[in-house]
Design a protein around this ligand. Structure first.
Ligand SMILES: [Fe+2]
Ligand SMILES: [Fe+2]
Length: 505
C-alpha cells in the first residue's frame, strides 16, 4: 500500500498521522523533471527494508528516487518541519536495494546521492555482515570547542575510513552516542559539528542518535552547558536569560515513534528501536526520561515489550550516561556531585541492567566519559564498583573463579554461561565518548581510580604506567555482526585497532 492510499483510507488516518513525514510519493515519473537544488544539509532518516526519509534544508520542495541514476521515477512532495526543513518519506521500496536520489526532483541523481535499503528484518545481509560505526561525544566541531579540539572529530572519521579502506567493507549503520554537537546542541552547533563534519556519510546512511547532556543546553539551576537536570524537552536554553524552548535535537532528527523501522512503537522520539537485518538496535534516553521516575518506568516497560518481541541474532543498546565508568569527570560511583547532574548513570544502571541481562542484550554503548572503557562479560552488576567481585563474575561467566572472561584475542566471549539454562544473560558494556576529544586530566575524587573501573578490562595498548582499564585517546568503534560471530573493534585516529573482542553464539 502506498502512503497516499494509506492516508486516504479512513481507518488508517491515525496511523498516517503518526508518521512524521506523511508524504505524497507516487510513480508518476513525469514529475521527475526539476533541477537538482543545493542544500545546506542533507541526510537520511529512518532507513528500513522498505522505506526511507530524505531530509534537507534548502529551497527544494520535492525529491525523486529510483534504481537507475539517470532515470529517477518515484516522486515525493516534501512536508516542512517546525524549523522549515523539508522531508519526504518514500515507502514500498525493495530490501537491500540501491536507490539514487535527487533533491529538487531531477531526472538524474548526482554521483554522491545514493543509499541501500536495509536487509529484510531478521535476514543476514548479502555480504554476511552488518557493520556498525559508533561515535560518542563527537560534537567538538561545534562553536567553542572548535579551537580547543580543532579537527579531532574529522581525525576520528579519517581513522575509521582508513581502517575500512583496508578490508573494503562499508559501514551499514551509523550511531551517535550523545553530546553530538557542543556546547549547547543548538541548530548552529549541529550544522558545524554534524552536518559539516560527516556530509558524505549522512547522505548515504541513516544516522541514529541518542540524547546527551549537551543536547539540552544550559541548566536552570547551574547555567552551564551540559548541566540541565530536568526531564522536560521544552526546557531547552542555549543562552542565559533566554526563554525556554523545545530542544533542537527533536526537530533536527526525525526518529521513529511508531516502529517505522522495526521494533515496538515507543510513542516518543526520545527513545526508539529499529532493525537492520540480523541486528536489533535500541536508543534509550538517559538525559531526560531517566530523570522522571514515571517516565523511566514507562521507558523500561516499553523496552521489556520491545526486547520480548525481538529474536534478532544480536541486540545493541545505546544511551549517553555510562552505568560503569571512571572517566575524568563522570564517575559512576560518584553521581551526586554538581547537584546530581550525573545521577542518570546510577538510575540507568539500577533500572536497566536487569533488563539487559534477562532480555538478550549483547552490547551496550555509552559516551559521556571522553575515554574508551570496555567491560568484562558482565551479569548482575547493579551496584557501585565496590560490589563487583572478579571471582564471582568469573564464576558466573566461565564457571571458574580464576578465569575472567576478557574476550581478548583467542578468548572469545560465549553468550551462554554454564548456569544460564540456555538464556543469553551476558552483556559487554563499552564507553566510547572519545569521538571528538579525549580527557587528559581528571577531576575524579580519587585520582588513583581514574580510568580504573574494576569491571573494565586492563588495556594493553594504554601508555600509562601502570596500565589503566581504559584508553585515553580519540577514536571510534566498529561492530561487525555476522551470523554466529560478532567482532567489536576500537579504531584510533590512525586507523589502528587498539582493542578488539569477539562474541560467539
Ligand atoms: Fe561529553
Ligand atoms: Fe556528556
Amino acid at each position: 500500500m502506498t502512503i497516499k492510499m494509506l492516508c486516504s483510507a479512513a481507518l488508517a488516518v491515525s496511523a498516517c498521522f503518526l508518521l512524521a513525514a506523511c508524504s505524497d510519493n507516487d510513480n508518476d515519473d513525469t514529475k521527475c523533471k526539476g533541477d537538482e537544488t543545493p542544500t545546506e544539509r542533507l541526510f537520511l532518516q529512518q532507513l528500513s527494508d522498505t522505506s526511507v526519509i530524505l531530509k534537507w534544508r534548502g529551497e527544494a520542495t520535492a525529491a525523486c528516487i529510483g534504481t537507475e541514476q539517470d532515470k529517477l521515477k518515484i516522486f515525493g512532495e516534501a512536508t516542512e518541519t517546525q524549523s522549515g526543513d523539508k522531508e519526504v518519506l518514500f515507502t514500498d521500496l525493495s530490501p537491500e536495494t540501491a536507490y539514487w536520489y535527487s533533491i529538487g526532483a531531477a531526472k538524474t541523481a548526482p554521483d554522491d546521492q545514493s543509499f541501500v535499503t536495509s536487509p529484510e528484518v531478521g535476514a543476514l545481509p548479502a555480504d554476511g555482515n552488518t557493520r556498525v560505526w559508533l561515535i560518542g561525544d563527537s560534537g567538538t566541531g561545534g562553536d567553542d570547542e572548535r579551537e580547543s579540539h580543532e579537527g579531532e572529530a574529522a581525525e576520528v572519521l579519517a581513522g575509521m575510513q582508513a581502517y575500512i579502506a583496508k578490508d573494503g567493507e562499508p559501514v551499514d549503520v551509523f550511531m551517535m552516542l550523545g553530546d553530538n554537537a557542543y556546547s549547547v546542541g543548538s541548530d548552529f552547533n549541529y550544522q558545524q559539528a554534524v552536518f559539516e563534519t560527516y556530509p558524505a556519510l549522512l547522505k548515504a546512511l541513516s544516522v541514529w542518535p541518542t540524547i546527551g547532556n549537551h543536547e539540552m543546553g544550559l541548566g536552570a539551576t547551574i547555567p552551564v552547558a551540559g548541566f540541565s537536570q530536568t526531564a522536560d524537552p521544552n526546557s531547552y536554553v542555549a543562552v542565559s536569560g533566554e526563554a525556554p524552548s523545545s530542544m533542537p535535537y527533536l526537530d533536527i532528527f526525525t526518529l521513529p515513534t511508531n516502529g517505522e523501522a522495526g521494533g515496538v512503537p515507543s510513542g516518543t522520539e526520545q527513545y526508539y528501536s529499529f532493525d537492520y537485518g540480523n541486528v536489533h538496535f535500541v536508543s534509550l534516553d538517559s538525559q531526560l526520561t531517566a530523570r522522571d521516575p514515571d517516565q523511566l518506568a514507562a521507558m523500561k516497560a516499553w523496552l521489556i515489550d520491545d526486547l520480548s518481541s525481538n529474536d534478532s541474532d544480536w541486540t545493541i543498546v545505546i544511551f549517553h550516561h555510562p552505568p560503569y565508568s571512571k572517566g575524568a569527570n563522570h564517575d559512576s560511583d560518584d553521581t551526586e556531585k554538581f547537584g546530581g547532574f550525573d545521577m542518570p548513570q546510577q538510575w540507568m544502571r539500577e533500572a536497566f541492567v536487569p533488563v539487559f541481562d534477562n532480555y538478550g542484550v549483547d552490547l551496550v554503548y555509552n559516551g559521556h566519559s571522553h575515554s574508551y572503557e570496555r567491560s568484562f562479560y558482565l551479569t548482575d552488576l547493579v551496584g557501585k564498583s565496590d560490589t563487583y567481585s572478579a571471582a564471582r563474575n568469573a564464576e558466573l561467566v566461565n564457571g571458574d573463579p580464576d578465569r575472567p572472561a576478557s574476550g581478548r584475542g583467542e578468548e572469545a566471549y560465549q553468550q551462554l554461561s554454564p548456569t544460564s539454562g540456555g538464556v543469553d544473560d551476558r552483556v559487554v558494556y563499552t564507553v566510547a565518548g572519545n569521538g571528538g576529544k579525549a580527557d587528559s586530566s581528571s577531576s575524579i575524587t580519587d585520582p588513583a581510580q581514574w580510568l580504573r573501573h574494576v569491571a573494565m578490562i586492563e588495556q594493553p595498548a594504554d601508555t600509562a604506567v601502570p596500565k589503566r582499564r581504559a584508553l585515553a585517546v580519540i577514536g571510534s568503534v566498529l561492530v561487525d555482526a555476522g551470523e554466529n560471530r560478532l567482532v567489536a573493534s576500537f579504531i584510533d585516529a590512525n586507523g589502528e585497532v587498539l582493542d578488539r573482542f569477539t562474541i560467539n553464539r
